[in-house]
Design a binder for this molecule. Structure first.
Ligand SMILES: Cc1cc2nc3c(=O)[nH]c(=O)nc-3n(C[C@H](O)[C@H](O)[C@H](O)COP(=O)(O)OP(=O)(O)OC[C@H]3O[C@@H](n4cnc5c(N)ncnc54)[C@H](O)[C@@H]3O)c2cc1C
Length: 400
């Protein structure tokens, strides 16, 4: 006996909404529905989750921040050095990947520190690398003291975009050895796995979000790339392709974005304010101590009571370790008032937008990733912010 009409309609409805979930926004194929008419059935179109526009305007920018990525052409320095009787393990120079690689890099640094089986460990620095190294050292059973000039809300790490970008400005092609590629992969995999622990927590320190890359025939915004030396950042993304969600082209008309081509993917995102707070609380709850202190010479580390030190001064290593291999890569963020309904990030005409719980991050990338290379000008540039916000204002102004 054929099923009653009401049951058939209900099945169709369920299949329709399941299809929408599987295909992402505006998926217009009709998997499981047999011979379907061309175009999305009305029920799918209606049930498509909305994409809310960003209210992009300079009067909604509540902060401008700028910071320097601590970049090294050969990759970060994770290396042990004896200074007097003290074992100093350096863990700095992570370019645009410091948050992403922190757990993996900290694990590698800690291995080198544990050769002395220390009961107490000092960590210099309280940014992404310092805090994660300190927590890992606690987990290994050590009593840990962090010594730092600035704590995280004031350290440079607090001014990061907050995305999973493990090979962003991490090394230069040609300068990094093949062995570094292997080490990078190990660090990226360790970090990626560790981030699982912070998903689904109150405050949402870490979460997965949709990410759209939009393209049309309009020219990239801002001045052209300035890269006279023809430098190229190393790209290791293929090494972790198996743990990286693929993006997919969206069918024309299936999103409200007024551009010809849209790709949609998923990105792990760090809501840095909450995430940093969570890390600090974990460190203190684990019995950690923090002492505000500035060091001027590496030799001062040998005077600390702890005889094993993990050194994570970030860009500060240029002065503290007299390490001129550290190159600044300047980056600026304009912070728009948060909009919880905007639950995605996007990239359009060389402007990046990441909607975080603590603000909407807007970043100009004129000339691509090389923007700011070698620039240690750590002051804000309002014009740069105005241009970036204008690109988004134009985009969302044209959105139906
Ligand atoms: C605009 C921008 C966006 C970014 N976006 C991302 C992103 O989305 N994802 C990502 O993974 N990475 C991103 N990064 C990169 C990331 O922010 C850095 O790699 C990371 O912050 C480096 O962390 P750190 O702990 O080494 O350094 P810092 O955060 O600078 O911390 C250094 C610590 O050492 C202390 N210190 C330094 N010198 C001394 C001294 N002499 N004595 C005592 N204490 C000292 C400081 O006070 C501080 O506590 C971004 C960077 C920028 C600029």
């Amino acid at each position: 006996m054929p099923p009653p009409l009401a049951l058939l309609d209900r099945r169709r409805l369920l299949l329709g909404s399941a299809g929408a979930g599987l295909l992402g926004l505006g998926g217009c194929a009709t998997a499981g529905m047999g011979a379907a008419p061309a175009g999305p059935p009305a029920i799918l179109a209606q049930r498509r989750p909305p994409i809310w526009p960003v209210r992009a305007a300079m009067d909604r920018v509540f902060d401008l921040t700028v910071c320097l990525r601590p970049f090294r052409a050969q990759g970060p320095r994770i290396e042990a050095q004896e200074i007097g009787e003290t074992l100093v393990v350096h863990n700095y120079g992570h370019g645009g990947s410091g948050w992403s690689l922190s757990w993996g890099s900290g694990t590698v640094a800690l291995r080198k520190a544990m050769v002395r089986s220390p009961k107490e460990i000092a960590v210099v620095g309280c940014g992404a690398l310092g805090l994660t190294s300190a927590i890992l050292a606690q987990e290994a059973g050590a009593k840990v003291t962090i010594y730092a000039r600035d704590l995280l809300p004031d350290a440079r790490s607090a001014r990061a975009t907050g995305s999973w970008t493990p090979d962003s400005r991490i090394a230069l092609t040609g300068a990094a050895t093949p062995a570094f590629g292997e080490l990078w992969e190990e660090m990226a995999r360790i970090s990626f796995k560790r981030y699982r622990r912070y998903l689904g927590l109150p405050g949402t320190p870490v979460e997965w979000r949709d990410r759209y890359v939009l393209r049309d025939d309009r020219p990239p915004a801002g001045p052209p790339a300035a890269n006279p030396q023809g430098l190229e950042f190393a790209d290791y993304s293929e090494r972790i392709a198996d743990i990286t969600p693929r993006d997919e082209p969206m069918p024309p008309g299936s999103t409200p974005f007024p551009v010809a081509r849209v790709r949609k993917g998923s990105q792990l995102q760090f809501n840095v304010t909450d995430y940093a707070h969570t890390l600090m609380a974990d460190f203190l709850a684990g019995g950690g101590r923090v002492e505000r202190r500035e060091f001027h010479e590496l030799s001062e580390l040998a005077a600390l009571p702890q005889k094993v030190v993990i050194n994570c001064p970030g860009y500060g290593a240029r002065a503290l370790c007299r390490d001129e291999s550290i190159v600044p890569v300047r980056g600026q963020i304009a912070w728009l008032i948060p909009q919880p309904e905007v639950d995605y990030s996007l990239y359009y005409r060389r402007v990046g937008m990441v909607s975080r719980r603590d603000g909407i991050v807007v970043q100009a990338l004129w000339g691509g990733d090389m923007m700011g290379y070698g620039d240690d000008h750590e002051v804000t540039d309002r014009k740069e912010a105005e241009q970036a916000v204008a690109v988004l204002a134009d985009l969302f102004g044209r959105m139906a």
